[in-house]
Design a binder for this molecule. Structure first.
Ligand SMILES: [Zn+2]
Length: 204
């Protein structure tokens, strides 16, 4: 499914382009492939439930993330802003398995432009509710914030546990994957970057 972004703040993606029936048919096939009887009582509603779950977990595909990057009118701040521990739940596009974790966003405002804290969380949520790779999720959030708010620098760090890795395959339970995206002033100034990283990880 194509996710289309407009250059305007208004989203032009239609909210109803999920075909729940088609997903449900696919889930039914999975059940049959597993040798299950999709008609037995416990499974009758499963295809519909799973279809609705996938629709919800990919709702960010039908949202324009740029709508969340609107500077707060009137409020000005010039020091580094860090929002830590934004919970994220996403779907690994290789396995359609969830990966869950925390997203930390740091930025240095330019000309006082800041974003509401809830908008940062919404930005992380819109991008995480898609079929994703953690690496792309991290850079998508960073790039959209950098382009939309035009701050001096942006840093995004995501720590997540991938169930496709911890529940199957190598089964490294609790293993977490850390990714970061660093733009602008954070990239050019190692001291500022180190300061932000220390604040994010709680280490000095
Ligand atoms: Zn995976």
């Amino acid at each position: 499914m194509a996710t289309k972004f407009s250059d305007e703040l208004q989203s032009d993606v239609t909210p109803n382009d999920v075909n729940l029936d088609l997903i449900a048919q696919g889930v039914r096939l999975i059940l049959e492939g597993l040798g299950e009887d999709p008609e037995r009582a416990g499974l009758q509603e499963t295809p519909r439930r799973v279809a609705e779950m996938f629709s919800e977990l990919t709702s960010g595909m039908r949202e324009d993330p740029k709508t969340h990057v609107v500077p707060l009118p009137g409020d000005k701040h010039d020091e580094m802003v860090i929002v830590k521990d934004i919970s994220i739940a996403s779907l690994c596009e290789h396995h359609l398995a969830p990966f869950v974790g925390k997203c930390h966003i740091a930025y240095i405002p330019k000309d006082g432009r800041i974003l509401g804290i809830s908008k940062l969380a919404r930005l992380a949520e819109t991008f995480s509710r898609r079929l994703q790779l953690q690496e792309r999720l991290t850079t998508d959030i960073a790039n959209t914030l950098y382009e939309g708010l035009k701050p001096i620098g942006v840093m995004v760090v995501i720590e997540a546990e991938h169930t496709c890795m911890t529940l199957r395959g190598v089964r490294k339970s609790g293993a977490s994957t850390v990714t970061s995206a660093v733009l602008g002033g954070f990239r050019t100034d190692p001291r500022t970057r180190a300061e932000a990283m220390a604040l994010i990880t709680g280490r000095k």
